[in-house]
Design a protein around this ligand. Sequence first.
Ligand code: F6P
Length: 383
Amino acid sequence: MAMKKSRIGVLTGGGDCAGLNPALKWVVKTAMDEPLEAGRAARYDVIGIHDGWKGLINADISSPDTQGGITPLNPAVVRTWDRYGGTMLGTSRLSPFDPENDCSATVMENIERLGLEAVIVIGGDGTLAAATRLARAGVNIVGIPKTIDKDLPETDYTLGFETALNVITEEVDRLRTTAGSHKRIFVVETMGRLAGWLALEGGESCGAYIILIPEHDFTMKRVNDLVMEGRRAGTRYEIIVVAEGAKIKGTSEVVKKAGMDSFGNKALGGIGEVVARKIARGTGLETRSITLSHLQRGGAPCAYDRRMGRYFGIAAVDLVVRKQYGDMVCFRNGRIDHCPLENIYGRLSRVDVATRYDTERYNGRRTILNAPGRPDAAGRRRP
Ligand code: F6P
């Protein structure tokens, strides 16, 4: 007797990043992998939902094409997707639970009408928070973590992060040559929202002289003193990496515009220029600022994001096969794993200043094995 097919929907929501298309490709390839069907006692087809949750508001089941918010996918369609950045399905920052326009009921109706056994949601904190609330309401959801901010708890990796680090490193390499020629200071503003991971690990990768993160408020006096110390030691130029969410002690985050998006996020941006102006004024040295902005989210995925997208995509379908709904795939202790979406709801992963940041030098840690909490040579935990 022919096995009945179940239908999986997949969507990408929130800010785009590299690694989404590899994940989409492997969701489709794994779900529709014929040799695996017998062992699973299940067959699937997959539809792509366009523009994040928006596609489930506009979904038109009579017309499964891009106009109706959905498109049928198959391995031939997604064959080359893993080479490309962005998301072939499109995305949006629309939350079905926006207090000013709650359309969660429509989303659930359309999931029902489309006959979706499960929805695989590839998103960051906002998109996965909405996914958690839908899971509570009984929708079969599996999450895949993505965001260049790497600010989701329960996972050591989120898709897009490594490609963004590569962009920071490459752009700073370019800045170094011109900074050196002119003996200038460059302040490089990265994204990352309220988490300093991107600035910290980007700054460590490119060898920045100073790294400023949201988890530790800084003073301009210390920044200027460090710059002058460098000059006295003979440096020709300095690279200072600052996270968009970093703050001067006693002030609040700098924003591009007032208000919040549908997920309740502020539009951060502008601290790089503020810091550059204050350094120029405080030290008399020529200082420029550059905001890397959406360059960090653009371009083809690096090898790591292609592999992690592949593994997360495969693992997400594994969870659907096990009917283990309400979970998110994750990467922990070097292994692909999974955790309840409830564990990440309303929580952020931020840099642990005590073990990861040097508050004197405003830079990455200078001791790893001898950091607090690590065992000493006798196996005793350091205070
Ligand atoms: O969450 C990802 C992110 O790139 C943040 O680092 C940044 O603050 C925000 O999105 C920018 O959002 P938008 O693309 O809406 O300008």
